[in-house]
Every structure is written in structure tokens, then in C-alpha cells.
Design a protein around this ligand. Structure first.
Ligand code: NAD
Ligand code: UD1
Length: 338
């Protein structure tokens, strides 16, 4: 049965893909976003893909009155909470902004949910809460050890949500720890649109492929990995949002606290990613090996067994598809939504 879902951060990269999946599954979608890192054009594109539009509210999650008004005007069944700041380096230089947006913002949202009696929430956490893992694959019971203010905000919000759930057995919380989301909707209409210099590997590679940047800097080739470059668990954004839809149904059916990794369980190195992107795009990706990026870890990939068991969810899309879809989006929108 269709639910009414409030999607905070719904015009962002992952949120816009979640809107498509929710609308296609017959849910009613209300997006609340302050557009601090996104464009309303993303929601027009969602409309174009689905022939249905989410309702858009231009507001900040720290605005208690705006949230109260949303919950008063709509019978919201559940919240998907994507809104937040996500740049690790920026969080080191602007920690207060990160704690305010991510932690205070989540508190204000939860207070509004509680006042309105909305019990179900699916939260965007991150594998960054594990820090430098003692071993791989990483299971949900691995020690938590964030290494940046951004990572701490995710761990703190997880704690707040845990205590909130424990206070009332009728509440239901999914803490979804994402590994490395990449790729785009196969229509090429929505995708990742980083502002300024991309920090993450996939957007950087696709900007090199399209000619926006001349070469990729590979941050270190002396790690103890298969080819010396960093290894990560890249997951197609469509698989990630499929996991959210499963989690939405799961929290509705099983009140409780559910902490779940969303990853493929496969590690891919920087050079493997470069080769896969060259294959998918037919373009050469020039690169130069430079020093390690401070704070980087050698390798990280998920143990996705719990998601398989609880949600009957498994990533379906391979690296070729991740690269092909990123490339289609980048080629069709060389300047993103601008
Ligand atoms: P994004 O920046 O594209 O989307 C976040 C959205 O939230 C943006 O549209 C932004 O305008 C909005 N927003 C930020 N602060 C807000 C506020 N105070 N009030 C209202 N709206 C606000 O990022 P994304 O990649 O789509 O990530 C979504 C969520 O997933 C984030 O919480 C992020 O930390 C988490 N996550 C992302 C990744 C990743 O690699 N993309 C990995 C792990 C976790
Ligand atoms: C980054 C964040 C992490 C976040 C994750 C998910 C940091 C330190 N960590 O991690 O908190 O959860 O994104 O999006 O920013 N690389 C290059 N050249 C580049 C960019 C990246 O060689 O220009 C390498 C990195 O060294 C790494 C791999 O590519 O080995 C992936 O990097 P990136 O996409 O930034 O993801 P994470 O390091 O996993």
C-alpha cells in the first residue's frame, strides 16, 4: 500500500533517485530541502522521469515551524532523512556547521516527528562511522571509530535515533550505513552534481572523461592492496535506493532499531575503476599518482549479509553499469544542473 513519505534532502544526489523509486512504487512524496547543495531542477527531472512530481517544500530541517507545518498539513507515514552536509574535508574546517546541520537538524526533525506521532524513519548513515576498519569485510558489529567531524555527526545521530527508538517500542528506525554510492539514473536526467572541485573518485573521473579536468590524481599507489591503490565498495545509487524502499517496508512491518550496511561486498581499486570507466566511456582517463590523501584508509568493503537476510536485498548492478550510467549523466549534463 502506498505511504506518504517525507524525504528530507530530496533534491540531492541520493534523495532525487529515492524520489523516483518512491514515486514509481506508488508512494506519495514530499521533499523538504533548503537547496544548500542541490538544485530544484533535479525535482523537475524527477517529474519528467516519473510523470508524477513530489511536492516540494523549500525549507531547512532546523526550522521547527516549517516542519510542524508539514506534519500538520500531511498525514506522513514515514521519513527518509537524507538532508545534511557530507564533505569530509569541509567538516574539519567548519565543524560547527556540520554539527548544527546534521545533529541539530536531526534533533529538530525528530522533535517534530514525535509531536506529530510519526514513528518511522530511515536514516542515511555512512560506512565512515567505522573509520579505519581492523578487518574487511565490515559487519555492522565492527567497532565504530569515526575520524572526522562529519563521521562523528553520523555516529551521534545514530545514537540519538537509537535512544529515541528505545524510549518507545512502537518506533521504528533503520540506520543505513552506505558504502560508496556512484552511478546515476539510466535516463541520464538525474545524477551527482558536486559543486566546485569534486572530492570523490567517480565524479572526478567522469569530469576528466568529459574534458572538464585534464587528469585524475591517484592518491597513493603504495597501499597494501592488489595494485597499491585504495579499495572501496562502490554501489550503484539505484541499488542503494532499492535498499531504502525495502527498509521503508521493513520498518513499517517490524518496529525496532535496525542497523544495516548497504554495500555490494566487493572491493574495487582506483585503477580498476579507471579501467572500467575507460571501457564504458571509450575515453582515456589520464592520471598521475600523487601522495596519499591524509586520513584515507587502504581498503573498505561491506559484509552485506544482514541486508540480504533482513531486507531480502542485494546489489544487482555491476561496475560496468555504474560507469556507463555515470558517463551518460556526465555526457548529457557536462555542467550538472547548471
Ligand atoms: P547531497 O548533498 O547531494 O544531498 C543532501 C541534500 O540535503 C541536498 O539537497 C542539500 O541541499 C540538503 N540539505 C543539506 N542541509 C540541509 C538542511 N539543513 N535542511 C534541508 N536540506 C538540507 O548528498 P547525497 O550524496 O545525496 O547524500 C545524502 C545523504 O547520504 C547525506 O546525509 C550524506 O551524508 C549521506 N551519505 C552520502 C554518501 C555519498 O557518498 N554520497 C555516503 C554515505 C552517506
Ligand atoms: C569518502 C569520505 C567518506 C565518505 C565516502 C562516501 C574522505 C576522507 N572520506 O571516502 O567519509 O563516506 O567518501 O562517499 O573524504 N581517490 C583518488 N583521487 C581522487 C579521489 C579519490 O585517488 O581524486 C581515491 C581515494 O584515495 C580512495 C578512493 O579513490 O582510495 C575513493 O575515494 P572517495 O570517492 O573520496 O571515497 P572514500 O575515500 O571512500
Amino acid at each position: 500500500m502506498g505511504q506518504t513519505v517525507l524525504v528530507t534532502g530530496g533534491s540531492g544526489y541520493i534523495g532525487s533517485h529515492a524520489c523516483v523509486a518512491l514515486l514509481e512504487a506508488g508512494h506519495t512524496v514530499i521533499v523538504l530541502d533548503n537547496l544548500s547543495n542541490s538544485s530544484e531542477i533535479a525535482l523537475q527531472r524527477v517529474h519528467q522521469i516519473c510523470a508524477r512530481a513530489p511536492l516540494f517544500i523549500h525549507a531547512d530541517i532546523r526550522d521547527a515551524a516549517a516542519l510542524a507545518a508539514v506534519f500538520e498539513a500531511h498525514e506522513v507515514d514515514a521519513v527518509m532523512h537524507f538532508a545534511g552536509l557530507k564533505a569530509v574535508g569541509e567538516s574539519v574546517t567548519m565543524p560547527l556547521s556540520y554539527y548544527d546541520n546534521n545533529v541539530t537538524g536531526s534533533l529538530v526533525l525528530l522533535q517534530a516527528m514525535e509531536a506529530a506521532g510519526v514513528n518511522n524513519i530511515v536514516f542515511s548513515s555512512s560506512a565512515t562511522v567505522y573509520g579505519d576498519p581492523a578487518s574487511v569485510p565490515i559487519g555492522e558489529n565492527s567497532p565504530l571509530n569515526p575520524t572526522s567531524p562529519y563521521g562523528w555527526t553520523k555516529m551521534m545521530v545514530e545514537r540519538v535515533l537509537t535512544d529515541w527508538q528505545h524510549a518507545d517500542a512502537g518506533r521504528s528506525v533503520a540506520l543505513l550505513r552506505y558504502f560508496n554510492p556512484v552511478g546515476a539514473h539510466p535516463s541520464g536526467l538525474i545524477g551527482e552534481d558536486p559543486r566546485g572541485f569534486p572530492n570523490n573518485l567517480m565524479p572526478f573521473i567522469s569530469q576528466v572523461a568529459v574534458g572538464e579536468r585534464d587528469k585524475l590524481h591517484v592518491f597513493g599507489d603504495d597501499y597494501a592492496t592488489l595494485d597499491g591503490t585504495g579499495v572501496r565498495d562502490y554501489i550503484h545509487v539505484l541499488d542503494l535506493v532499492d535498499g531504502h524502499l525495502k527498509a521503508l517496508d521493513f520498518v513499517a512491518a517490524k518496529p525496532g532499531l535496525h542497523t544495516i550496511n548497504l554495500g555490494t561486498g566487493q572491493g574495487v581499486s582506483v585503477l580498476q575503476m579507471v579501467a572500467a570507466f575507460e571501457q564504458a566511456s571509450g575515453r582515456q582517463i589520464p592520471y598521475a599518482v600523487v601522495a596519499r590523501r591524509p586520513g584515507d584508509i587502504a581498503q573498505c568493503w561491506a559484509d552485506p549479509a544482514r541486508a540480504r537476510h533482513l531486507l531480502q536485498w542485494e546489489a544487482q548492478r555491476d561496475l560496468t553499469q555504474m560507469c556507463a550510467d555515470s558517463w551518460r549523466w556526465q555526457q548529457g549534463n557536462p555542467c550538472g544542473y547548471r
